[in-house]
Ligand binder design. Structure first.
Ligand SMILES: Cc1cc2nc3c(=O)[nH]c(=O)nc-3n(C[C@H](O)[C@H](O)[C@H](O)COP(=O)(O)O)c2cc1C
Length: 319
């Protein structure tokens, strides 16, 4: 079984990927949060910092692109290849209104003909493209998927990562496993499943139900329990020392990269939003963390969490 780390904008950046791999053995592949190329065909310094080889050394990284325009995609795919990336991923899942309004992410699923033309253009220009696609089932109805799959099946997409929700579901409610089972029957390419896997038991139960699936992608569950993949491979759970090293390394590096303790503390709150679920009685600290407004307050709260709370054996979802 392969275990991949899902992209989470604002959380699974290069700092997180590097320290996670070093401390917890890591994922088989880490997908970057989406990178959205613009018409200028340039990396901004912030984008380059995220994708440059120096910051991703020794980490199996798959850069993800969020795009609608084939010319912008091709520029980015070539630029990423020059940076040394063998595989890239296309985001057809992002449900955010600001993204879908531009017909990107899951918004692209509303335009099947254009999507077909997009693949036609990019594979004609780069026949040896190693491209995986991360998709939802559709925007408003599960019945949209067969049309989309017919398109995906027409191209040499190396893997289809399916998050079985609709755009309108955002991340709410339960995943649509029956629709996923239906979808799976028609897929000609290898499929990776993504969605709502939080514990070892969740993964075991999923694999029992879908023994043909060879790859799982885990997002929020891995932030909540950074040792989840190690445990799935038979290893031990996270220790307080490991978690302290993780959060303190992240915070110190964010302070340096953002040149602002305030921004660094805000960013840390996003990781803690999930990580607090690994602590017994973490709920009241989750509330305090959401409210905390200054770096000293953040630093004090983090110290209190490690001092006062014990670890659960599994993270407690849903989030
Ligand atoms: C805060 C946040 C940021 C996300 N950013 C991205 C992203 O940049 N690219 C992407 O494909 N999916 C993104 N996702 C979706 C996740 O990759 C994943 O598909 C989703 O969380 C479901 O998987 P999970 O239940 O294992 O978390 C994001 C989700 C969240 C909650």
């Amino acid at each position: 079984m392969r275990y991949d780390a899902a992209p989470l904008q604002g959380i699974t950046n290069y700092v997180y990927r590097g320290v996670h791999r070093r401390l917890f053995g890591g994922a088989d592949r880490y997908f970057t949060p989406f990178y959205s190329p613009t018409k200028e065909h340039l990396f901004t310094p912030r984008e380059y910092r995220e994708l440059c080889p120096e910051h991703n050394e020794g980490v199996p990284v798959v850069p993800q692109i969020l795009v609608r325009n084939p010319a912008d995609f091709l520029w980015a795919a070539r630029a990423l290849r020059e940076l040394g990336y063998a595989e890239i991923n296309l985001n057809l899942g992002c449900p955010a209104g600001t993204v879908t309004a531009k017909g990107k992410g899951s918004g692209f699923l509303a335009h099947p003909q254009e999507l077909d033309a997009f693949f036609d253009t990019v594979y004609a220009a780069m026949p040896d493209l190693n491209l995986s696609v991360k998709t939802r089932l559709g925007l408003h109805q599960e019945e949209e998927f067969p049309t989309l799959l017919e398109i995906y099946n027409r191209y040499p997409i190396t893997e289809l990562i399916i998050h079985p929700r609709l755009q309108q579901d955002f991340y709410k409610g339960t995943v649509r496993l029956e629709a996923f089972a239906q979808a799976l029957k028609g897929c000609r390419m290898p499929v990776c499943y993504n969605g709502d896997l939080v514990t070892v038991d969740d993964c075991d139960a999923f694999c029992e139900k879908f023994p043909q699936i060879q790859a799982l992608m885990i997002g929020r569950g891995l932030i909540a329990d950074p040792a989840l993949m190690r445990k799935l491979r038979g290893g031990k759970g996270a220790t307080v020392e490991e978690l302290r090293t993780l959060t303190q390394t992240l915070y110190a590096t964010y302070c340096r990269d953002f040149d602002s303790r305030g921004n660094a503390a805000q960013r840390m709150k996003e990781t803690w939003f999930y990580l607090i679920h690994l602590f017994e009685n973490g709920e009241q600290y989750a509330k305090k963390m959401r409210r905390c407004a200054s770096p000293p307050e953040y630093e004090r709260l983090e110290a209190e969490i490690y001092r006062d709370l014990t670890l659960r054996s599994e993270a407690c979802g849903p989030f």
